[in-house]
Design a protein around this ligand. Sequence first.
Ligand code: 5GP
Ligand code: ZN
Length: 113
Amino acid sequence: MDQNCIFCRIAAGTMPAKELYRDDEVVVFNDINPQAPFHALVIPVKHLATLNEAEAVDQAVLGKLMLVAKQVANAAGYPDYKVQMNCGKGAGQIVFHIHLHVLAGRMSHKEVG
Ligand code: 5GP
Ligand code: ZN
């Protein structure tokens, strides 16, 4: 838990967000500035700043992010969707707590960031 990290605070429940899913390891909430009709962020509860900080011990939760992304997109009625992760400032990452973007509802190939 990094007190200065907004996504840690959302995971801890001390910062509000429109949550779509939560368990002990993964939280999903709507992006505050949606780039598509459905735009959710899938985060691990564990603070990892970027994919570059991930290690073998994180393998299971990283895989789980993908399965939860599928689950929330399907539950929202979207069998077709895009999943994206930005790694590093140069790739458009703004929030340094690892997250998957799940985008659906518009047939475009626009990327986030
Ligand atoms: P990044 O560019 O780091 O991959 O994406 C960060 C995303 O987090 C952006 O799409 C931005 O709109 C979203 N975001 C930033 N701050 C907040 C916040 O406080 N709450 C929510 N729900 N989303 C946020
Ligand atoms: Zn964090």
